[in-house]
Design a binder for this molecule. Sequence first.
Ligand code: AMP
Length: 213
Amino acid sequence: MNIIILGPQGSGKGTQANLLAQKKELFHLETGKILRGLAGQKTILGEKIADFQRQGKLVPNEITIEALKSFLTEENFKKGILFDGFPRNLVQAELLIKELAKYHGVIDKVIFLKISFEESLRRLLARRNCPVCGRSYNLVTLPPKNGEVCDDCGVQLIARKDENEEAIKQRLAAYQKETVPLIDYYRQKNLLLEINGERPIDVIHQDILEKIG
Ligand code: AMP
């Protein structure tokens, strides 16, 4: 089973994708993370990617697709892939159909996590990560036990480079312009499952499991 999870930044895509991938034993393809990994390398490509990410802009399609190619393998398609953060525009969506066709695969379902613009902004500004173990927190929806300190490592949490107000607004604008058209695109293909993302994590997870069957 190949599944796409769509939704604005802060909708809980990553959290729900983690839970679902574990439950259904799917390969979790986290585009933002893969690109951040490349951006952390001191290469010309890495610096280019870092620049787009810092500004909250989409990385150009050619670079994104090249970065993902090594994960679009027969082995991963056999297992089933959960696409988290890809596709983010129509060009990427069409390309994905072609890649899947190579292995006689299709997209089975598209989960759309729906939250308001205001809620998205509120959650993104509250996101924190542990600089040591990478664990993610949200001061609103998933807070650490004490202040802004990692439960596991006891170190001060930090915000991602693209999680300042300006970059967040840019990312949400990119989502509106480039990614929102995918909602209708998949609705017309009868693949879209709309999920209310403004509920507790476990309630949303159960809802997703029921809807994908
Ligand atoms: P995310 O962690 O999913 O919020 O992604 C962080 C950043 O990675 C985005 O703001 C983009 O700069 C880049 N990115 C992630 N996925 C894509 C994609 N499918 N196409 C282009 N850029 C992407």
